[in-house]
Design a protein around this ligand. Structure first.
Ligand code: E4P
Length: 217
């Protein structure tokens, strides 16, 4: 499973890119607002840091304007994935932009039927929002499970990009059910490495090593 980070904070992105674990970045208008920076500047900086896909979202709502915005965003760098909402206009724009060779991430997916339409529109990525479904008492992971079956039934190449991830357990479950990508907030991504028995074991090994009085170098 690939890891994308869901943030427009370039400091966090640099830290995570340095680990070699980062495969891409997703942003949205709310994350751009939080960054407090002009969108084009921040997206260009992210594309310089990360080689993989960087999702940048359009804010128009009719297909022609979405296509124009998508083309403008795609000019920022070769690794831009144009992010489009899951509406009929969004799907129309998806077909046009993918036919022109651009990567497209169809976002705000909350049902398997929506996911089926996005795949038929040629989306590169589809973003089902797990946490926001959990928030309204619907199991977001059930959606990922269904989408995996449907995409495998028909051999769709659209990658399932699990989004709105809130916990380490969401990440684990995404890996178990076969999501292609998980886009994860920086704190959750960094938290995946933690285990108290790792800390305890390391502390013991270092204490015993110190008692040997040896050094490796
Ligand atoms: C995905 O691309 C979205 O940016 C994001 O995962 C939404 O997460 P939220 O529901 O925590 O805002």
């Amino acid at each position: 499973m690939k890891f994308f980070v869901d943030t427009a904070d370039t400091g966090e992105i640099r830290d995570l890119a340095a680990t070699g674990l980062l495969d891409g970045v997703t942003t949205n208008p709310s994350l751009i607002l939080k960054s407090g920076r002009p969108m084009k500047d921040v997206i260009a900086e992210i594309c310089d840091i990360v080689e993989g896909p960087v999702s940048a979202e359009v804010t128009a709502t009719d297909a022609d304007a979405m296509i124009a915005e998508g083309r403008a965003l795609a000019e920022i760098a070769d690794n831009i994935a144009v992010k489009l909402p899951l509406t009929l206009d969004g799907l129309k724009a998806c077909r046009t932009l993918t036919d022109a060779g651009h990567m497209v991430n169809v976002t705000l997916c909350f049902s398997s039927n929506q996911a089926l339409l996005a795949a038929k529109a040629g989306a590169t990525f589809i973003s089902p929002f797990i946490g926001r479904l959990d928030d309204i008492n619907i199991d977001g992971m059930d959606l990922i499970r269904e989408m995996r079956i449907i995409y495998d039934n028909y051999g769709f190449e659209t990658e399932i990009l699990a989004a709105s991830i809130r916990t380490a357990n969401h990440v684990r479950e995404c890996a178990l059910v076969g999501a292609d990508v998980a886009t994860v907030p920086p704190a959750v991504l960094k938290g995946l490495v933690k285990h108290p028995l790792t800390d305890k074991g390391l502390e013991q090994f270092l204490a015993d090593w110190a008692k040997t009085g040896q050094s490796i170098l």
